[in-house]
Design a protein around this ligand. Structure first.
Ligand code: AMP
Ligand code: ZN
Length: 493
């Protein structure tokens, strides 16, 4: 099986292999904790979850790092208006983010580094860029000199002339994440403005000089180039290096981050490290609100997970909608109908899994087992083809109709039931909405039982006994019956 992922860098679906054997180093852009994450943000985060789960299914060990941006102009503005420090201000939102991820059954990343805890790493990288001539100081701010990095624009396939001519630097905009528009809840307008002492309009800030009030809110750090705070882009370059080294296998984020954020990350990291920054770049499409507009915190009117839960939606249906309704590179529109439809699909999967727990006929009624094996293969192929979960689920739902009909007529024998359990475990490895652990366990146990039966047939009793003991140690007892081998849970020995 070959895994192909769409790489923004090449513009094609490329065969994915990590640099280092079977270990994948992956960095994904996380939330800016100036407010609750909205469902659009959560779509991006669940795309990361689908990606990490499929990498595991494909046999790789994954080290996944997702940053928490806890310093940002909006955070500074909000903390100041609330009369508190940025640490106090961001704490509940960072906690809410982690809680949302748990509610949506996202596997935790190996690391969630926070920007404010990695200022030293950022200062070090900025110092290197200054030494190398890739950065310059202008009135206490430090900027990256884009003219010093000829490859700038390669990720988003920008031509540099066009970039220079077409760049948008709105005076009064803050040149950082988000826009200067008032945010959800009608908070007061921002009170800080970027200064423009740059050599070129497209040069971007690595470090921003402190204003007196920044110290009071805990947002100023000493650096050799003056007291200040880091820009947003340098965070990701410094923290990914700290946890994953100079070259990542995969860097992912929402498509809005491709330019300028990811382009800037590449420029900083490659200029500082003289190594390729990331081999694969994956970008997920937006979630639109009911009006078809990209959901956005700055534009207001966004929906959070809390809102959907309060409206009575099941978190499992929300999860399924976000990952399985559309391919990650297609836009998707949030609606009550779509969430209800996802809830219905989850129920069909769960009901079917429950039916499989009941005793089945000893003999297969037809070629169902073969057909399930084909669907398992097709499902895996769809996932290996740039994580096409909607296509994979299409195969599964088609099969469920047939298998339900076979169950109704008593035509599902042991071989088919075993394959169906394995299929449900395959599906749950990604969607995790069926009965997660139980289904995966059942699939695994059935596989071990089959191996033990094969060993017994081959009169390899040592292997057969070893498998029985291994299962017993995991709390599973085997019993021979007329219908074949059955298993049940016992206290672990
Ligand atoms: P932020 O908290 O704004 O830094 O965004 C965190 C992640 O959410 C990034 O990967 C963004 O690309 C992604 N994102 C922001 N808005 C949307 C949206 N409407 N749909 C999908 N992803 C989004
Ligand atoms: Zn980033």
């Amino acid at each position: 099986m070959t895994l192909r992922l769409h790489n923004t860098l090449t513009g094609t679906k490329d065969v994915f292999e990590p640099l280092d054997d079977s270990h994948v180093r992956m960095y994904t852009c996380g939330p800016t904790v100036w407010n609750f994450a909205h469902i659009g943000n959560l779509r991006a985060f669940l795309f990361y979850d689908l990606l990490r789960r499929h990498l595991q299914v494909a046999g790789f060990r994954v080290t996944h790092v997702m940053n928490i941006t806890d310093i940002d102009d909006r955070i500074l503005d909000q903390a100041m208006h609330a009369g508190t420090t940025i640490a106090e201000y961001t704490k509940p939102y960072a906690e809410a983010f982690l809680a949302d991820m748990k509610t949506l059954r996202a596997q935790p990343a190996e690391q969630y580094p926070r920007a404010t805890e990695h200022i030293e790493e950022m200062i070090r990288m900025i110092s290197t860029l200054l030494e190398r001539g890739n950065a310059y100081v202008a009135d206490g701010d430090v900027y990256f000199r884009i003219a010093s990095f000829p490859r700038y624009g390669e990720l988003s396939h920008l031509d540099r002339e066009g970039l220079r001519a077409g760049v948008r630097v709105a005076r009064g905009g803050r040149g950082q994440k988000g826009s200067a528009r008032p945010a959800h809840g009608g908070e007061a307008p921002p009170i800080r403005q970027d200064r423009y002492d740059k050599e070129s309009v497209s040069d971007f800030a690595l470090w921003k000089k402190s204003q007196p009030v920044d110290e009071e809110i805990g947002a100023a750090w000493d650096a050799p180039f003056g007291k200040g705070r880091p820009g947003w882009h340098i965070e990701c370059s410094a923290m990914s290096k700290r946890y994953l080294g100079d070259t990542l296998d995969i860097h992912a984020g929402g498509v809005d981050l491709m330019f300028p954020h990811h382009e800037n990350e590449i420029a900083q990291s490659e200029a500082a490290n003289h190594r390729q920054f990331s081999r694969f770049w994956l970008h997920s499409e937006h979630l639109a609100d009911a009006t078809g507009e990209k959901m956005s915190k700055s534009a207001g009117g966004f929906t959070t997970l809390r809102d959907l839960l309060a409206a009575g939606h099941d978190p499992i249906a929300i999860r399924f909608f976000l990952i399985a309704n559309a391919h990650y590179r297609s836009r998707v529109r949030l609606s009550d109908e779509a969430l209800h439809a996802a809830g219905e699909q989850v129920r069909r999967l769960q009901d079917f899994a429950r039916r499989l727990q009941q005793p089945v006929a000893p003999k297969d009624g037809g070629r169902l087992a073969e057909r399930v094996a084909e669907v398992r293969h097709a499902y895996r192929e769809a996932l290996d083809d740039d994580l096409n979960l909607p296509q994979g689920m299409g195969h599964v739902f088609d099969l469920l109709r047939e298998a339900n009909a076979a169950l109704d007529s008593g035509g599902v024998g042991e071989a088919a039931a075993r394959e169906l359990l394995l299929l449900m475990a395959d599906v749950d490895a990604h969607v995790d909405v069926v009965t997660a652990r139980d289904m995966a366990l059942a699939g695994e146990v059935e596989q071990l039982i089959a191996q033990r039966e094969a060993a017994r047939k081959a009169r390899d009793f040592a292997t057969a006994d070893r498998i029985r003991d291994e299962l017993r140690a995991r709390g599973i007892a085997l019993e021979d019956s007329k219908e074949g081998v059955r298993w049940r849970r016992i206290a672990k020995v």
